[in-house]
Write a protein that binds this ligand. Structure first.
Ligand SMILES: [Mn+2]
Length: 318
């Protein structure tokens, strides 16, 4: 592991022009890691382009450098090195950027992530942001406030504000280190969780009316139709975190969020507690993810897909 970091630090030292990107539909860790690495590389005197086809979700626009992330690579000359961060196995990003540099470096904490000329994978890391911190330190960089803010946001997002099981001693230690650099935990939490657009709450109020709790009480789901989306004026990215509502019900071991993305396709997000492996369930649906957080998609209407998934869940839970 250490030698992989050393090798990455060496590549950073010798190269000049970098592309930094992460998985599509980026979450806080994807954006925080991307911007943290971008700012860090720039501080080392490098030329850096941060890219994500889906852009920066509103929630993360407060981050320094967020406005400089680009959503279109056409017209960009090629790079010396491409970093793909936090991408897991799901990413179509890899296909889009692999051709843009002779060297592709994968930095990730998702189990099974193995693409790239260099692959720095550590599944014990609570967030890819932690791995970025380790890489920047290996480059001899002293973190500044803006880099710390990006990485703290990634860490906070992926640990569910230090509530999830991945909140290990390193996660708290890194959190403490970043706070010591001047990060204000309340300011970040306020930006992430208490600055919601009214459209999101309007959408949530409609989505919650679909709450289904199984007879056993072990799984619960909510669903969003395209009609709800247009009624509320919300964006698809505003549905982030909706799956946490059915999960918060006492006794529920698996929570599901069904999201209609067009008339023929439904995206399905799964969250589970403890030993229930929704990653494998998602794999069956052609998706992927972790044991406790995964997703996939199915063709069909909401009305057709929901009962099929409920049947799969009955099997999984019995
Ligand atoms: Mn992550």
């Amino acid at each position: 592991m250490t030698s992989m970091i050393t090798e990455i630090a060496q590549q950073i030292k010798t190269a000049q022009r970098f592309l930094v990107c992460a998985h599509a539909s980026p979450d806080g860790d994807a954006i925080g890691s991307t911007l943290g690495l971008m700012l860090g590389l720039e501080k080392l005197g490098k030329d850096v382009v941060a890219y994500n086809a889906d852009g920066v979700p509103d929630t993360f626009r407060f981050l320094p450098g967020a406005a400089r992330l680009i959503t279109d690579l056409s017209g960009q000359p090629d790079f010396d090195v491409v970093f793909v961060l936090d991408a897991g196995d799901l990413s179509r990003t890899v296909d889009l950027v692999a051709e843009r540099a002779p060297l592709l470096i994968n930095i990730d904490h998702h189990p099974g992530s193995k693409f790239g000329d260099l692959c720095f994978l550590d599944t014990s890391a609570a967030a890819t942001a932690i791995l970025i911190l380790r890489v920047l330190k290996a480059c001899g960089l002293a973190l500044d406030h803006d880099i710390a803010l990006s990485l703290y946001t990634g860490l906070l997002s992926d640990t569910g504000s230090f509530r999830y099981a991945n909140s290990n001693p390193e996660a708290f230690a890194v959190g403490g280190e970043l706070v010591a650099l001047g990060i204000d935990p309340w300011a970040v939490a306020s930006a992430l969780y208490e600055s919601q657009p009214p459209e999101r709450m309007r959408l949530l109020s409609q989505v919650l009316t679909t709450l289904h709790i199984s007879e056993s009480g072990k799984y619960a789901s909510v669903a969003m139709s395209l009609e709800m989306l247009s009624n509320s004026g919300a964006l698809a990215e505003h549905t982030d975190g909706f799956v946490n509502y059915p999960r918060a019900i006492s006794g529920v071991e698996v929570a599901v969020f069904f999201r209609q993305i067009n008339s023929e396709t439904v995206k399905i997000g799964f969250r589970s507690r403890g030993n229930i492996d929704v990653g494998r369930l998602a794999n069956q649906l052609g998706g992927g993810g972790h044991k406790n957080a995964a997703g996939g998609e199915m063709s069909g209407s909401l009305e057709a897909v929901i009962p099929q998934v409920h049947t799969l869940l009955e099997k999984l839970l019995n």
